[in-house]
Design a protein around this ligand. Structure first.
Ligand code: AKG
Ligand code: FE2
Length: 262
């Protein structure tokens, strides 16, 4: 984890020309992209962050610089997959399903995994800007590590609460597809990143989700006793809905939620 964070800092510190080959083309399915904010062409106000986003599964992509970054990125990606798989099995069981039910129905073993490396430089007026606005992540589970500098907040009972960094720990957040597949029993968490005026913060998140071509909706076993709260939708289509809604302050989940009259 430490080596990955160190090398992530080195990546962001590379001269602009060295990173130009990874320039953000705005396509969420491009294998490696480096950019600023979220999607600058469509934004009135930009966010105070640089990012590197890499698709690490089903095909592993990663920048080949700085030296050794790709190797540590590969090891981390694979280790996280093992932990995510185990947690999803436990979550399946907690829902009264077979332990492999969600893994199998979502094609998790050839599922989509995305790594995002966020860099938030010190901001002279941190209360006037945000690193990332309120959102929930796609996928089942997101694993977050950070360089010891706080900034992550989660919405809890209507209030923003700081999630202070604990050394050598992973923060695990629930994503939208887990809310959908569990028919609302696991709620995906709203979170955001705030800024400070002293230290550069790095966070590294790994989003673990279904295979892109799988339809994801409430598990059929759960619907024997209850009504579906969400429509089923292909994960790749949901992914695009989420990218768009993050630009308009909407919640992607609301696009697939059945309204109470239906
Ligand atoms: O930097 C953080 O703490 C949050 C990052 C995040 O939510 C994301 O990349 O989706
Ligand atoms: Fe997030």
């Amino acid at each position: 984890m430490e080596e990955l964070l160190t090398k992530s800092r080195e990546f962001h510190d590379l001269p602009v020309e060295e990173k130009a080959e990874f320039g953000d083309n705005g396509d969420p399915f491009s294998p490696i992209r480096h950019g600023t904010s979220f999607h600058p062409p469509a934004e009135d106000v930009h966010y105070w962050r640089d990012f590197l986003k890499v698709l690490t599964s089903p095909v592993f992509n990663f920048p080949h610089k700085p030296p050794g970054y790709r190797e540590v990125g590969f090891e981390y990606s694979r280790e996280i997959t093992v932990v995510a798989r185990k947690l999803i099995q436990g979550i399946s069981e907690s829902l009264g399903l077979e332990s492999n039910s969600i893994i199998d129905s979502s094609g998790f073993d050839s599922g989509s995994q995305i790594m995002a490396v966020n860099l938030y430089p010190p901001c002279p007026q941190p209360h006037l800007a945000l690193g990332l606005p309120s959102h929930s992540d796609v996928g089942f589970l997101t694993f977050l590590i950070q360089n010891g500098i706080g900034g992550l907040q989660v919405k809890h009972e209507g209030k923003w609460v700081n999630v202070n960094p604990l050394p050598n720990s992973l923060v695990v957040n629930i994503g939208d597809q887990l809310e959908a597949v569990s028919n609302g029993r696991y709620a995906s968490v709203l979170h955001r990143a705030i800024l400070n005026n002293k230290d550069t913060r790095i966070s590294l998140v790994v989003v673990n989700g279904p295979a892109l071509d799988k339809e994801i909706g409430p598990a059929p076993e759960l619907l024997e006793k209850e009504k579906p709260l969400f429509k089923s939708i292909k994960y790749c289509d949901y992914f695009l809905v989420q990218q768009k809604s993050r630009l308009s302050d909407e919640r992607a989940l609301d696009h697939i939620r059945f309204s109470s009259q239906q």
